[in-house]
Design a protein around this ligand. Structure first.
Ligand code: AMP
Length: 588
């Protein structure tokens, strides 16, 4: 299939922000795609080559790309850099440069999607001393045969800046419509995606085998499962309203969630966002098989840094030292951990997702031999608010964040946030002093000491019903100079020319950002706002909700995806809770 077909669809996608139009463009594209190509197209649309957990990254730098453009066009590097500076996007600059190409080349080979994909794949997997030269050769040979529009998108994918703003849900809507006749079948596709975490594979099976194929998706070891998430509650009372009067309470530890896959003695670990984090924890790989009486299994645990002398849990930040690229062994001895198991998703050839919580916990207890390194998360069954309060107290005293409350008869709902798991943190009881996790969607340049950096950020909550990011406030306080430097660096590669269609905001930011980074924010109050879009019309017509006096707490939530940020529903609940408190205060 010709790459130009895809390039033209990409161009149209860049020009629209409407989800329905994006879905329609995708449906049309899928309908003309040969089945054996569908997975590649689905990855490319997301600017990827393979599912995230395989860790295949293009990692081509701008310098190398500019050299390759120069080589294939005969135009000097300086001029390309000038164009780049003017338009601010190297893909776009390349298409301008190629329009003025001085070298007359003849097309050696057609640019097909297969060729682009295969070449990009080679570039991503090249290693070794001569890899930079080889990468340049591959890129310039593609550019040599590409027309300006094709070159623009090839470069965007290569540099990791293809941002079409297409959510996974939109892709699944379009797959269901194109191959099963109706969008309504999305839920079945989503189920397959939840156990495989591989949208390309879901697409290929849907195209080739339809719904019968989709129903055969199975949990497989070394293929991560999308994690189950918890809804937050503010009080014991609210938990009991949602769960009835008998449920499990577990300590909520403050560490990194790890999905641990074991087969014989081979171990792989995946983070909450399904990144392969095996190499950061060689101690888990070495020790955990000895703690488990299994052939193969998938388990979930919270990895927590500890003080080995006192046995105390240490805050989450300590674990981030394990994230370094080199000298991991040194980090392992300097930052010891414990692995605290809380769930079992697969055991000896069988999925446990449909098994109820009580039974899963029982099975987990049976297969785990506990020691200093590997433990079961403390759990008790609670039946009234005093029991919850006591257990919460114990948990906080042990250095934990609060409690996870789990329905006794609930199955494991992969990829879903629902009422079968609730989280109760101590701080939530203090309504107005609550902290929430928000997504950075835009930025404003700073003045004075902050010149050349962003001085204020525009933040959004996550609207999980519409799958959008509605704005909620601007924040400019709580940042140290180091924070501002670090944020500027972190946000540089998230800058987009066009507002991502999932962003819902009427503000005019200096720069729009890909909604990826999550920050922890405190605020004094939640108020009605005619400007911000969070919970628009939910409380009052033509009003949304905004934070009053927002302040950065200093915590970057790097382990969170934007879909893990505080949801619009949670903000509404906080707003209502806060009003109750104010009313009660007035009555006194
Ligand atoms: P939050 O990050 O506030 O949304 O809380 C959910 C996170 O709590 C999970 O992703 C886990 O990393 C963590 N967690 C800590 N203890 C538990 C537990 N006992 N059960 C489930 N998750 C837990």
């Amino acid at each position: 299939m010709e790459f130009i077909i895809l390039a033209e669809v990409f161009k149209k996608m860049e020009e629209t922000s409407k989800r329905l139009e994006l879905t329609k463009l995708l449906v049309d594209l899928f309908e003309k795609t040969p089945h054996e190509l569908i997975s590649k197209i689905v990855y490319l649309i997301q600017g990827k080559l393979r599912p995230d957990f395989e860790g295949i990254e293009l990692g081509v730098g701008e310098k190398l790309a500019i050299k390759a453009i120069s080589k294939s066009s005969g135009i000097p590097i300086k001029r390309i850099e000038e164009d780049y500076r003017k338009v601010g996007d190297l893909g776009h600059a390349a298409s301008i440069v190629l329009e003025q190409k001085t070298q007359t080349t003849f097309v050696v080979e057609d640019i097909t999607i297969e060729r682009v994909y295969d070449t990009l794949y080679k570039i991503a997997t090249l290693d070794g001393p001569r890899s930079q030269d080889m990468k340049m050769k591959y890129i310039s040979s593609l550019l040599n045969d590409a027309n300006p529009l094709e070159a623009r998108f090839i470069l965007k994918i290569l540099l990791g800046i293809l941002r079409l703003g297409i959510a996974e849900n939109t892709v699944m809507d379009a797959l269901a419509a194109a191959y099963t006749g109706t969008k309504e079948n999305r839920a079945l596709l989503e189920k397959a995606y939840n156990v495989s975490s591989d949208l390309g594979k879901v697409a290929e099976v849907t195209a080739k085998k339809g719904l019968d194929g989709i129903k055969t998706f199975q949990v497989t070891v070394f293929n991560p499962i999308r994690p189950m998430l918890a809804e937050r509650v503010k009080s014991e009372k609210e938990a009991m309203e949602k769960m009835g009067n008998k449920f499990a309470a577990e300590y909520k530890l403050d560490g990194e969630r790890a999905q641990i896959h074991v087969k014989s003695n081979a171990v792989k670990l995946f983070s909450r966002s399904l990144e392969d984090i095996t190499r950061h924890y060689p101690d888990i790989v070495e020790k955990i098989p000895k703690n488990l009486k299994v052939n193969d299994a998938i388990l979930e645990a919270e990895v927590v840094a500890i003080n080995e002398d006192s046995g105390e849990y240490l805050p989450f930040q300590e674990l981030m030292h394990r994230r370094r690229k080199y000298k991991i062994e040194k980090a392992v001895s300097e930052y010891p951990i414990t692995v605290n198991f809380f769930d079992l998703l697969y055991l000896d050839g069988k999925s446990c997702l449909e098994v109820e919580y009580t039974k899963r916990r029982e099975m987990l207890q049976k297969i785990l031999s506990e020691n200093e390194f590997a433990k079961l998360v403390p759990m008790t069954v609670v039946q009234n608010d005093n029991e919850i309060e006591d257990f919460l107290e114990n948990s906080i005293n042990s250095g934990c964040e609060g409690l996870m409350l789990k329905m006794l008869d609930a199955s494991y709902k992969a990829g879903a946030r629902g009422n079968s798991w609730l989280k109760l943190k101590r701080e939530y009881k203090n309504e107005l002093g609550d902290s929430i996790d928000l997504i950075v969607i835009g930025a404003f340049f700073g003045r004075g000491r902050r010149t050349g950096k962003y001085g204020t950020l525009l933040l959004a909550s996550y609207d999980d019903q519409n799958d959008t990011f509605p704005s909620i406030c601007k924040v400019g306080t709580g940042f140290t100079d180091e924070d501002l430097d670090q944020l500027y660096q972190l946000l540089q590669d998230k800058v987009t020319l066009k507002k991502n269609p999932r962003i819902d905001s009427e503000m005019e930011a200096d720069v729009w950002l890909e909604p990826e980074l999550v920050l922890e924010i405190m605020a004094s109050e939640i108020t009605l706002s005619p400007i911000h879009k969070t919970a628009m019309n939910a409380i009052r017509k033509n009003s949304g909700l905004a934070l009053r006096f927002p302040k950065f707490t200093g915590k970057l939530r790097l382990e969170k995806t934007p879909e893990d940020a505080s949801t619009t529903q949670e903000i509404i609940a906080l707003y209502k809770g806060q009003r109750k408190v104010i009313q009660n205060q007035k009555q006194i």
